[in-house]
Design a protein around this ligand. Sequence first.
Ligand code: GAL
Length: 469
Amino acid sequence: MAFPAGFGWGAATAAYQVEGGWNADGKGLSVWDTFTHQGGERVFKNQTGDVACGSYTLWEEDLKCIKQLGLTHYRFSLSWSRLLPDGTTGFINQKGIDYYNKIIDDLLANGIIPIVTLYHFDLPQALEDQGGWLSEAIIDSFDRYAQFCFSTFGDRVKQWITINEPNIFSLLTYDIGVFPPCMPHIGTGGYQAAHNLIKAHARSWHSYDSLFRKEQKGMVSITIFGGWVEPADPDSLADREAAQRAIAFLVDFFAKPIFIDGDYPEVVKSQVASMSKKQGYPSSRLPEFTEEEKKMIKGTADFFAVHYYTTRLVKHQENKKAELGVFFDAEIELSTHPSWKNMKWVYVVPWGIRKLLKYIADMYNNPVIYITENGFPQGDPATLDDTQRWEYFKQTFQEVFKAIQLDKVNLKVYCTWSLLDNFEWTDGYSLRFGLFHVDFEDPARPRVPYKSAKEYAKIIRNNGLEGDL
Ligand code: GAL
């Protein structure tokens, strides 16, 4: 199974999850610093990213891992509050610039292409204090930060991701409120944040397009947390429609405005509007874009970046009591199949990735696609001989190969999550997604390859897998 020549093989990380150095050299606080320092058992064992993998001081160790794998791409994120401690360009932290310059220069010197995410969940606390993503003011702040990054690093960085997983982020932060700033506004906050996230993304894409593209010749996109959904009962029309609604709320909610026409999917608009009406709201809880905004949002991504971890079965579930919440709005109930193995929320369904890729190709006019995250966690302690996990990766690569070969999907880059075991948000260090094991008890934070790392290196070297379809 030979992949197309020039196919990109990468791995991903994110600033708060690996860097540590939470207050080093003038870095400002992010919402994750504040949140993890508050304790209260909202994160596994009250763990924090204060040190994490220590990548702020151990970047050279990360580079060794990257080279050992032979990656063609490395995706990492910039810590906004390391660069701009209070979130604004009023004060710029040169030490932060130096840190990322070194990463970028080292990657390029080794022939590795950086894919850089501007924002991966870690809002500067100072901006959260002014209303965060619920406030429209964030659009300007984000755009200024993005322009600062393009002008500082864009001579060398050509592949940008503005915002990581706005869909999961808006839901967990301002809707159900389990991620900082932990502000539950169930049924409204997620939509309000999503609205601002989309506009902030679009604005920064236009800034790149009008101020930087000509000279820098790069590409800008946004990563969407994808997944696949199958009707629980394929013979039931209601379940098949429920599965369509599920993917519309999950993927198209962000992708349709950005890739197609500047507006939310009709089914999302009508579901939220009719539930809102039943609940006595004067208008839909889903905000509307003005005609001008639609024009501004439409067509603001240069490739389609998506994540795949898992699949769910979907059942139609009428919202009889008109309860509040995104799942109630979508009138869906999710479940899993008893035959699917899992570690926490990641149920292993390798064929789901092929279906998701095909869906994107069909819906979005066969765009260039990057899988910017895909992976399987182990629990803690994790075994270095992760044969079973490698089996999942292999099956996934087979499905990805079918998507390219048989479905003619225009997939150009695949990144695993993650290069290193790292701080897995509210699961702390209890879930290990790394290709490299990190000993979080040892101050030196040694990185040791799992079997999966060695096997992935072989795939990369051969640009494909053994065997045939
Ligand atoms: C994604 C996220 C990553 C990582 C991964 C595994 O949602 O972008 O930061 O934590 O999930 O849970």
